[in-house]
Ligand binder design. Sequence first.
Ligand code: MLT
Length: 393
Amino acid sequence: MAKRNPYFHNYEENYLFPEIARKKQELLQEQPDAKLISLGIGDTTEPIPKVILDGIRKKVDELGTVEGYTGYGSEQGEAELRELIASKLYQGRVEADEIFISDGSKPDIGRMQVLFGSQASIALQDPTYPVYKATAVGLGQKVVAMPCTQENGFFPDLDATERTDVLYFCSPNNPTGAIPSRDQLQQLVDFATANRSIIVFDSAYAGFIRDDALPKTIFEIEGARSVALETGSFSKLVGFTGVRLGWTVVPRELLFEDGSVYEDWKRVNNTFFNGACNIAQAGGIAALSDEGLAAGRTLTDFYLENARILKDALTKLGHDPLGGDHVPYLWTPFAGASSWEMFDRMLRERHLVTTPGAGFGPCGEGYLRFSAFGHRADIEEAASRLLESGVVA
Ligand code: MLT
């Protein structure tokens, strides 16, 4: 009989967000009339801007004509989209042919584990987006934690960090909302250079940064092209969580001890992927027009305003949430109960779905993450439910 992938025995628990969805269903079975508001998974709720839909519709219509029909595209993605990403999002810091268009950052992170292989050791911020660890465990990679806490300003103590082959870094950070300064990112790049490690920089939330002094991409940092690749996403930028579109930038200078990361990533894409959906790519092209960028800005502003409403309510209650200014999440410390207990109380007593900090790693214990993705009326209702019920712990 066939045996399971032996590393799958190492999975301790369900993946975080399906587990939250399961708890939500459980509550709805007990209390079918509960009007739950989701502040849990960071999933966009607002309509895709018209200018982007027009781009999508045009492509759909073209696919219905003999002249306009296209089949398999380039595995690396449409040249026009790659050029727009290079110029509009990276201001020419990367070349169009260093960009690989994908069906989103999460699948790219999964494919990256194939790029690095089972023998790779990886370092992760703790707390962190759970996909890095979840995909590493399934391959048997060695995982090292880099604690990020209030005490170290949510930036890891690199002097105390063991050398690994790969280092994942998410900024603006999901879940803590922390954004390292340019100097801190320089330290990270210098650390990777000294250790001959590769940084995987996740910039999925860069579109929410509202302070030009804060770095939006690792490629603003000197020396980064030789040690880092970066994954980005249209999901939160223009409401494409369902449409699916992202990219990964791999500079040609980035090398393994015995080969080119660029060539190997190309191989992974050629063999594991057939290119992103051509309709989604047409939407991406429209999103990067001047009008599309302005519409994306309006959309991300909307979610940041949601974050402000929730932050105000939590602050009035005496909590001290982090984030919300340049990221659509509030990282809120709660004393006196575990984060899963706090999650349960929010769910059962206020009918608010949040995310327990411990789901992002041991250093997330004592926190709840509130997502600011939601319709305005729901966010206002969530804020008043918080205020009515008073301080939680
Ligand atoms: C989150 O809630 O952390 C993310 O939105 C989930 C995801 O992007 O996969």
